[in-house]
Design a protein around this ligand. Structure first.
Ligand SMILES: [Zn+2]
Length: 284
């Protein structure tokens, strides 16, 4: 009898326990990796996915006035731009036909090396220019919150958001352990208006070889004192949106945008991993 798993070219992979959740790791060629996270042990049907993209000569250039390092990469110009839903690279695959970047039959939370990475682990020498340049060393990952193309953070169940935060905590810790990495930033740019090129619910992780100036300043503010200490008592009531035993969501009186919300844990910690699973679930 033919193994039905092999009829359409798919193979079976299973997840293994990792830090309170389950993960399957799939090598994707050229040093790229795909991580599939789930709350319970499960298996996936794995297909051949989209191939790697190389080149682009990623590098940093230093701004002559501010000293900031600015990232340049030609490979970003070739990235998938607002595809039809049927050709979305973040959707799961139903057969071997339409290839995606997450080539499994279904998933919960997926994190993988960006195919159009602005920074790479093995960066080539930077170009000679009239200003200071540096190799574009770093790691860029894409974080898909759900296999459901229509979902968004606001429609995903709190338990799935907690799984997402747990998965981010694991990846941020692993990326920080890399000797070439000084700062790891998970983020989501949301909406076509600011240049998002895929509608599928997703964010990104940038692992940088230096600490950005804004972050350095913010970290320095914590060296002598905790500038946010006792915030939940000090904030005017009308600025507080939600509060629980682990944290507080509020509109900062120092907001820089017309729409800005901060979610801050009560406990002062260095990163998402140090927060612990219970507090992360409360934040979700
Ligand atoms: Zn999609």
């Amino acid at each position: 009898m033919t193994d039905p798993l092999h009829e359409d070219g798919a193979t079976a992979i299973t997840s293994v326990a990792a830090d309170g959740l389950y993960r399957a790791t799939v090598p994707r060629g050229e040093g790229r990796r795909l991580y599939l996270f789930s709350r319970l042990a499960r298996s996936y049907r794995l297909f051949d996915g989209l191939p790697s993209v190389t080149g682009g000569s990623a590098h940093f250039r230093q701004h002559p006035l501010t000293g900031e390092w600015i990232s340049y990469s030609g490979v970003r110009q070739g990235r998938t731009f607002l595809p039809q839903t049927a050709e979305c690279p973040l959707c799961a695959m139903t057969s071997g036909e339409l290839k995606t970047d997450i080539p499994v039959d279904d998933y919960e939370v997926a994190i993988f090396t960006n195919r159009f990475a602005a920074l790479t682990e093995e960066a080539s020498p930077p170009p000679d220019m009239i200003l200071e340049t540096r190799p574009g060393t770093g790691i860029c990952e894409v974080v898909s919150y759900s296999a459901d193309h229509q979902a968004s953070l606001s429609t995903i169940e709190p338990d799935r958001v907690a799984l997402l935060l747990d998965a981010l905590a694991i990846r941020c810790t692993e990326l920080m352990a890399n000797a070439d990495i000084a700062y790891v930033m998970p983020f989501e740019n949301r909406g076509r208006e600011i240049g998002v090129t895929l509608d599928h619910p997703h964010g990104q992780i940038y692992a940088l070889p230096h600490i950005p100036d804004r972050i350095k300043k913010a970290a320095d503010a914590f060296r002598t004192d905790d500038p946010l200490a006792g915030l939940s008592q000090r904030l005017p009531e009308q600025l507080v949106l939600a509060k629980n035993k682990s944290g507080i969501a509020f509109v900062p009186p120092w907001a820089r945008y017309p729409f800005e919300i901060w979610i801050v844990p009560h406990q002062q910690v260095a990163d998402l991993a140090a927060l612990g699973a219970e507090a992360r679930a409360d934040m979700a």
